[in-house]
Design a binder for this molecule. Structure first.
Ligand code: 2AM
Length: 183
């Protein structure tokens, strides 16, 4: 079985910019900067033959390159606990459009629909063991954060292996976004 997800890889310059925010919260488990990414669709464990179908479906997607600007920070909560701290993205129709295309392509090859609404983010830290006051202070301190915009020219199928400290993400296939899309 392979554990897969579809995401935007981030250029090193942007990863360095985001890494500048990390730190200073006892108990937070910070994501290593080489692992930063923006997930378009989590797939989970699938059989290799199905992964081949997923690859074919993703390769058939036609979408244009676009400019992405990460901005703001926020949290995800579960059962009253703050689970993670993330950097968000500015509203971006091209990103939403690409995510919809990925979702549609994956449903066409038989994956169950993603029930969670797409909420573009780059996870900075897992925070279930950190003090809520510290997390809220972090969000207030960095709410106006705006990263330098970057050009997104491809999206990527990643595999994930769960490690002791952090997961190991490997880019398996890049899918180019092309400026000219046939009508
Ligand atoms: P997260 O960063 O908000 O946790 C690889 O695990 C990527 O897939 C992460 O970006 C993770 O989002 C996302 N993801 C979405 N649903 C997931 C799930 N059920 N289990 C693990 N990762 C998931």
């Amino acid at each position: 079985m392979l554990r897969l997800f579809v995401a935007l890889a981030l250029p090193a310059s942007l990863r360095a910019e985001i890494a500048g925010l990390a730190g200073g919260i006892p108990g937070a488990r910070w994501v290593p900067p080489e692992n930063y990414h923006l997930t378009l669709r989590f797939i989970g464990e699938i059989e290799p033959w199905r992964a081949q179908e997923v690859d074919d479906a993703l390769a058939a997607i036609r979408a244009r390159p676009f400019t992405l600007r990460l901005a703001g920070v926020g949290t995800f909560e579960k059962a009253g606990r703050i689970q993670s701290l993330w950097v968000g993205a500015e509203r971006n129709d091209a990103l939403t459009h690409l995510q919809t295309k990925v979702e549609t392509a994956l449903q066409r090859v038989g994956l169950a629909p993603e029930r969670k609404r797409f909420s573009p983010h780059v996870t900075l830290a897992r925070t279930d063991r950190a003090a809520p006051e510290k997390l809220m202070a972090f969000v207030q301190a960095y709410n106006l954060f705006r990263a330098t915009p970057v050009e997104v020219e491809h999206f990527t199928l990643f595999s994930s292996r769960l490690g002791k400290e952090a997961s190991v993400y490997t880019p398996e296939v890049d899918y180019d976004l092309v400026a000219r899309v046939a009508a």
